[in-house]
Ligand binder design. Sequence first.
Ligand code: FES
Ligand SMILES: [Fe+2]
Length: 421
Amino acid sequence: MLSTENNKLITKVGPGTPMGEAMRLYWIPIMMDFELPHADCDPVRVRVMGENLVAFRDSKGRIGLLPDACPHRRVSLYFGRNEEEGLRCVYHGWKFDVDGDCVDMPNEPVESNFKHKVKMKAYKTWEGGNVIWAYLGPSDRVPPPPKFEWTTVPDSHRGVTKLVQTCNWVQAVEGGIDTSHSSFLHNNDLSDKTLLRSRSTAPYLEVETTNYGYTYSSTRPLSKDEGNYIRTYHYVLPFHQIRAGQVGRSGEAVQPRSSGHCWVPIDDENTMVFNWTFTWDENPLNDKDKALEGTGNEWDVDIDRTTFIAKRNKGNDWLLDRQMQRTQNFTGIVGVNTQDRALQETMGVIADRTQERLGTSDRAIIAMRKLLLEAVKVAGDGGSPKGSQGEFVGIRAIDRILPADQHWTALKPEMYPVGTH
Ligand code: FES
Ligand SMILES: [Fe+2]
């Protein structure tokens, strides 16, 4: 449960809000790289953290990210001409480069130096993991680039998609660090009695705070001979989930994988979700895994590549099928992450946390909220909040079936393969 005040504090991220200012100290994923495919391509509207921006790639291939309002008389620069190293407003022809400098002002006398006095805000960008990231904070506090393991492996070893979710970002993150729901919401085969998470439905959670956020483990007892099914996760502030994927659903070993999401606020009521998966194996991902097949996050099957709107969405009850719910899976909804998104969107656009009743299985969620409140305080006091300085480089999520007398911390050497934590 949270007070009305704290619920507002962690969920609102527009310019000038405490959480918004804290989040602006992090690199934020804003677009897929294919949205700006080549030099001088079409400009793209980007709404992030309640700000309306326009992105373009100039003639040299550099990315510009500017407010979508011409400083002359406020028209949208999205309608501008992307030409010769700048974006030209089509109202009176003022032209801006990727640094926000006005480089041409053709409706003023040639002898005028007014153009040198007009400068737009221009945000820094970085490309990694087939994603374009932006830094929206103060220019004297730019953190190192966000090098997660999934952003650094070759393209052949990674799949990434993006879609729009119609609710506040915090309840989406909470869904990602809530392992106990997977026994129910994601039971996709009611007849299969071998599913580990159906066999053991009340995981024991332990949360260990780190300098990037926390790691948490879920321990599910199986039979005495088998031991415990352990899954570890990382929560990296403010909105990253990293989860394990080396144990198949009935306990079989699979190609070492990890998947996760970044839930980025479009504004307080909408979120863009980046879904990623990768392997650190020497062999690349197979086509199905690379495409995120079966998750509800697959391009062209589940998501429109231009609007980023999912086929199964709030407007059609995520194509709920009652017959399927009776006979095949727990929800009647297809796609593991569609199931997540559906339930998160039913909580109300901004969940009312004054009314909830949290149990022991919500330990990780409680810890996350504390960290968000702490980040707001640290940022407000002029410091660097956890996870903003690249502390997450070299972390992995691991799952395994361990003998009953082994604690999840036995997995730590694998969770921190480069030994930085
Ligand atoms: S409004 Fe853009 S040049 Fe006038
Ligand atoms: Fe889930």
